[in-house]
Design a protein around this ligand. Structure first.
Ligand SMILES: [Zn+2]
Length: 310
């Protein structure tokens, strides 16, 4: 048996900056029979063993939800509709990183299968692409990690921390929530609680439906606030934060064109929420976020109803 403290120590050492050192350290722990989930697949992937990858293991063990009392519920989701601003526009050809081109379908389509007249029952076929509206990015969106159905349900109910960068974002569409923002939040409110969801409030939600939401530049690229990778690494390494949230399209913006935050965060079995709404209506600390994520096998994310208990 290994002590939880030892496993924790190894987990914390896995980062973009010291990944190699962490793997070396993990090898000695592995010999004691307690290799943490996050590195176990590396060890088993010997060159001869190409038949089947090691089964995925989850970083987060489920913990019972602490008792929560609340007096109101805040809807943190936007309503999804065909004109909701999306990363890609319907019908506009897009080239992928793998140099593939595709033409995005409608953001969401609600097609009647049965209708009140004449069927006396309504039933629609709904199609949408995963990363639209208020939605989850599961680890598998930018890694080989968990899909939405593999996230423990206990991890969908978390303490919510809201960090406000509205003043800076009002002047700069590419403003970043940086490590100083996290530190000054902690100076005022104490350490970020364990197993938290940390959400950026940039004031962007109120721009939905206006060109400002995309803030396209001369090259047609989006400009919107996001997380700085240093803040994200702090939340991973110094705090046990499970989820990120943004009130914009993405955790990354043009300051991290290679999607550093996505690869780093989701690649570490964490997940996040994009296009959040109504963050002005929740306190900076003390609310509980509840993510009503449809459990669709194999999904890398998808629209959901997210709420805060205040
Ligand atoms: Zn997404």
């Amino acid at each position: 048996m290994c002590s939880p403290a030892l496993i924790e120590q190894v987990k914390k050492r896995i980062s973009r900056r010291n990944a190699l050192a962490a793997l070396g350290g993990a090898a000695s722990v592995a010999s004691a029979g307690c290799l943490p989930a996050a590195v176990s697949s590396k060890k088993s992937a010997s060159p001869k063993n190409t038949a089947k990858p090691a089964p995925k293991k989850k970083r987060w063990s489920s913990k019972p939800v602490e008792q929560v009392s609340f007096s109101r519920v805040v809807d943190l989701s936007h309503t999804l509709h065909p004109d909701f601003p999306a990363w890609f526009s319907e019908g506009e050809e897009v080239t992928t990183r793998g140099n593939r081109t595709f033409v995005p379908p409608a953001v969401v389509e609600v097609k009647p299968v049965f209708e009140w007249e004449p069927d006396k029952v309504n039933l629609n076929q709904i199609t949408y692409w995963e990363h639209v509206g208020t939605h989850m990015d599961a680890p598998s969106h930018f890694s080989e990690g968990s899909t939405v159905d593999e996230i423990p349900v206990e991890d969908l109910v978390l303490p919510l921390v809201v960090i406000d960068i509205k003043a800076r974002a009002a002047k700069d569409s590419l403003a970043l929530l940086n490590i100083e923002d996290v530190r000054s939040w902690e100076d005022e409110h104490g350490p970020i609680p364990e197993r938290a969801c940390v959400a950026m409030n940039s004031g962007w939600a109120k721009h939905v439906g206006k060109p400002k939401y995309k803030s396209l530049d001369a090259n047609g690229k989006h400009r919107q606030p996001a997380f700085h990778i240093d803040a994200v690494e702090y939340l991973m390494e110094e705090r046990e934060v499970i989820a990120l949230g943004v009130d914009t399209f993405s955790f990354d913006n043009q300051h991290s064109p290679e999607s550093d935050v996505h690869y780093r965060w989701l690649g570490d079995e964490r997940w996040g929420l994009e296009n959040l709404n109504n963050l002005d209506d929740v306190p900076t600390k003390g609310a509980t976020i509840v993510v009503g994520q449809p459990s669709i096998k194999g999904a890398s994310g998808g629209p959901n109803r997210t709420m805060a208990l205040v």
